[in-house]
Design a protein around this ligand. Structure first.
Ligand code: BTN
Length: 254
């Protein structure tokens, strides 16, 4: 594991490594050792123990983007729904890729798949792993791990994978990260003031399977219904066969 460079993008200090086990795990270790603080990004060319949600593996070959963004939890009591940062990250990725496509004069069908995937033409392009870490029972750090398939599509077991190159978007991982920070920083400032509610409709505008029947897997249970809404806290609202609303805050859309 070698640190190859260190630089700022806006207010964020980036540490760029060649290969790490997992940028989220490295970020946590560095936070615990007080070597990094908020507004820090750990970026890696490759990961050999990349992790996805629900203890899944995230294959991380050279050519794609792997980073973990470290924030400190705002000490504002009305903002409790930290998991909506996953949706905010998803939206920032969507805005960025939409812009990249538009500057090349084409449109792509880019969708937000609850809770944390980004799809292009139904192919999974990016995933987000949101974690938190308490230090001294007082300071809470949020780690937003993001993997974007820029150049290749590692085999995925649970969803069809795709990559930006296949959709004619050619960009380097570092340039993608720079653009991401532009979008994310603006959104993060608004989120800190108002929470997720300002982004709810934007997220829904490009939601995968909205108004469609879906199945959500929660552990070994499957809940099915019509996906009708997302609330201000980022929970998915389903309508079941007896027209009852069900609020889902955790699970996997299948
Ligand atoms: C998922 O879709 O399940 C989430 C995938 C998150 C992968 C990223 S890559 C950078 C960061 N480091 C990790 O080990 N995982 C996240």
């Amino acid at each position: 594991m070698k640190l190859t460079s260190e630089f700022y993008i806006k207010n964020f200090l980036i540490q760029h490594f060649d290969e790490v086990p997992s940028t989220n795990d490295l970020a946590k270790d560095l936070i615990k050792n007080k070597q990094i603080f908020a507004n820090h990004i750990i970026l890696a060319d490759q990961q050999n123990k990349g992790r996805g949600r629900l203890d899944r593996q995230w294959l991380s070959p050279f050519g794609n983007l792997y980073f973990s963004l470290v924030l400190s939890r705002p000490k504002i009591s009305h903002i409790q729904n930290i998991h909506t940062l996953s949706l905010l990250t998803n939206l920032s990725l969507n805005q960025l890729i939409t812009n990249l496509a538009l500057t090349n004069n084409f449109n792509l069908n880019i969708q937000n798949k609850w809770p944390n995937d980004l799809l292009i033409e139904k192919h999974k392009i990016a995933g987000i792993l949101l974690e938190n870490l308490f230090i001294n029972n007082n300071d809470e750090f949020i780690i937003i791990g993001v993997g974007v398939n820029i150049d290749n599509s590692p085999a995925q077991t649970n969803f069809l994978a795709g990559n930006l190159k296949q959709f004619n978007i050619v960009i380097s991982p570092v340039d993608f990260l720079k653009n991401f920070i532009d979008h994310f920083e603006n959104n993060w400032l608004i989120w800190q003031q108002f929470g997720f509610k300002n982004f709810r409709q934007l997220w829904l505008n490009n939601a995968y399977k909205l108004n469609d029947f879906i199945e959500i897997k929660i552990d070994d249970k499957i809940i099915s219904g019509k996906f009708i809404d997302l609330d201000d806290c980022g929970n998915l609202i389903l309508l079941d066969s007896s027209q009852q609303k069900i609020e889902i805050c955790f699970g996997d859309v299948s």
